[in-house]
Design a protein. Structure first.
Length: 325
């Protein structure tokens, strides 16, 4: 019992330390864009750097050591670039190293919570799965929301570019007008495109990278149209007008399909969420009734089978109600 309690305490303190350190890491190391500007405040009038002292210096040292570990871990991963793109797609202003620390802290915290609430042989795998999957799920949800918002704003943004081209502006000038007149995330993404072109990148290549970051097939079509126009000539405004019209028709069809599949999606949400909600309610208010599910071997098998069946059913229903347009 003492050994089990010691393991729980170690997991709790390790998870709390990693999670707090990961959350405070951008502030300690000035990892974000705005926080990097605060480095200017570290210099006094004579130009000498004033370093933090005491507890702040110790915290920065711990943060730097953890960041070095994350750097070495990231260097060994083959999908570092893909992780960086997924963070940019979600609008998360963290580097892959900082995100890895948050991931590790969340996993430790999940293990600690599982050990506190459940027996160790059930709580450890469930807590590890929950702590490991929570940051991934958050990143996916934020990425999907940002991608959908970008896709909704793109036709209006391209219409603004068409109007600027018809008024006599060049394409870079039209993009600059778009950045100043549009809202996020369109303004942020096209502002990055302009920044890359000012650093010497080709406009089409910068737009292609923007399409990759935002997972926008429509923007890829626009880049293809610009490349063709550059090769064969003609009126770019007319080409983009046709592209905007096609986008609007696709969105109209998507909204129609979404309205027709609303009943199926609602049924899927109810069928998947109902057993989870009832199980959580019984665990909180009638824990003695459901305790055999996670304290006995047969109950654990039944619980695992139920989780597998619910997951398989949710995946099957998501495929049925998803219509590609």
């Amino acid at each position: 019992m003492n050994l089990e309690l010691s393991g729980i305490l170690v997991a709790v303190f390790a998870g709390a330390f990693l999670l707090i350190l990961a959350v405070l890491l951008p502030a300690l190391t000035q990892g974000g864009k705005k926080k990097r500007l605060r480095q200017l405040n570290w210099f006094d009038g004579s130009g000498a750097a004033t370093q933090p002292e005491g507890a702040a210096a110790q915290a920065v040292a711990h943060a730097q050591s953890m960041l070095s570990w994350a750097d070495r871990t990231i260097d060994d991963r083959a999908d570092t670039d893909r992780l960086a793109i997924s963070l940019e797609r979600a609008g998360i202003t963290l580097r892959p190293q900082e995100w890895l620390l948050i991931w590790a802290g969340s996993t430790f915290a999940g293990v600690a919570g599982g050990l506190i609430l459940l027996p160790w042989w059930v709580g450890m795998p469930l807590g590890a799965a929950a702590g490991f999957g929570a940051p991934w799920l958050y990143r996916q949800l934020m990425a999907r929301r940002r991608v959908n918002r970008f896709a909704e704003q793109l036709p209006d943004a391209l219409q603004l570019i068409v109007g600027s081209l018809q008024a006599g502006f060049s394409l870079p000038q039209a993009l600059d007008t778009l950045v100043r007149e549009s809202a996020a995330p369109v303004s942020a993404e096209f502002g990055r495109v302009l920044a890359e072109t000012r650093l010497g990148a080709e406009l089409e290549d910068a737009l292609e990278r923007c399409a990759e970051r935002t997972d926008s097939q429509d923007l890829s079509y626009m880049v293809m149209a610009i490349r063709i126009h550059r090769d064969v000539g003609g009126s770019l405004a007319e080409v983009l007008t046709t592209t905007v019209t096609t986008m609007r028709e696709r969105f109209r069809l998507k909204r129609q399909v979404r309205a027709l599949s609303a009943e199926g999606r609602l049924s899927a949400y109810v069928l998947v969420g109902l057993p989870i909600a009832i199980g959580a309610y019984m665990f909180l208010f009638r824990s003695d009734y459901v305790r055999p599910l996670y304290t006995t071997f047969a109950g654990t098998l039944m619980l695992a089978a139920g989780v597998v069946m619910i997951t398989a059913g949710a995946f099957w229903m998501s495929r049925l109600i998803k219509v590609e347009v």
